[in-house]
Design a protein. Structure first.
Length: 255
């Protein structure tokens, strides 16, 4: 059990509460009614932070707007209350390495803000009109905040852990699977997130999945055509996905 202050980048951040609080939070997440996330998409995993919106700085972003955090906000945690934002991570050569989506009830930039280290350039695009709040990391050191909102610190730890596992899984399949099996794998994970139903509303477009997986649209279209031709799926739109042969889908997706 940790009962002392955590040191990040040579400075004290916050005292961890007893670990049973974090354990309870994890158990709550694992329940059937807990929010589920698609690979590369964060949604509703930090919704308890709605309770402290008055402590953040509100920004409103229109659909299609491009943005990046300016110097004064570079080390702030960004909470997406509602909407949908695509974040691209760029290397020093200017190439985009990966696109991730953040929907309502999720944080981004918190690891950068807490560690105080920014080694990658981030830029975003609003897929939907979005409402965001910027939080100072000094909140995590404030005794009053820790006493009153200890569960939000626990939630921050939990949501960061979920993101790491989620993104590592995504990066692993991107590096190891060919295009058809990669897309089949993503469809299969969506199916599992919807309790293995053969018909559900995916609420994500083929183009957005292509962005997440680093696949060009022509390859995405060919793969969907192949899955339809082999009668693995019947329909795939943002509002409806019909899987007709789940066993074949699993075979194509691979281990």
């Amino acid at each position: 059990m940790f009962d002392g202050p955590v040191m990040v980048s040579g400075r004290q951040t916050f005292d961890l509460e007893p670990t049973h609080y974090i354990h309870e939070a994890i158990m709550q997440y694992l329940k059937q009614d807990a929010p589920r996330v698609y690979p590369g998409i964060m949604k509703d995993i930090s919704r308890p932070w709605d309770a402290v919106l008055h402590l953040g700085k509100r920004i409103s972003l229109k659909k299609g707007a491009l943005f990046s955090l300016d110097e004064s906000d570079r080390l702030k945690m960004v909470y997406v209350r509602n909407g949908k934002i695509s974040i691209s991570y760029f290397g020093h050569n200017g190439e985009s390495h990966i696109n991730l989506f953040y929907e309502g009830g999720s944080f981004f930039n918190e690891s950068v803000a807490i560690s105080g280290a920014c080694h990658q350039i981030q830029t975003g695009c609003c897929i939907k009109e979005s409402e965001c709040y910027l939080f100072e990391t000094s909140l995590l050191n404030d005794d009053d905040f820790k006493n009153k909102y200890y569960y939000l610190i626990n939630n921050l730890l939990l949501s960061a852990s979920i993101k790491v596992v989620n993104f590592h899984a995504l990066l692993n399949v991107i590096c190891t699977k060919k295009t058809l099996s990669l897309i089949a794998w993503y469809i299969l994970t969506m199916c599992e997130a919807h309790e293995n139903k053969s018909v559900f509303v995916p609420d994500i477009t083929q183009r957005e999945i292509a962005m997440l997986l680093g696949v060009d649209m022509s390859s995405m279209t060919r793969s969907i055509h192949t899955l339809k031709k082999e009668k693995v799926i019947e329909t795939f739109t943002k509002k409806k996905l019909i899987i007709t042969d789940i066993d074949r889908l699993k075979t194509i997706a691979g281990p």
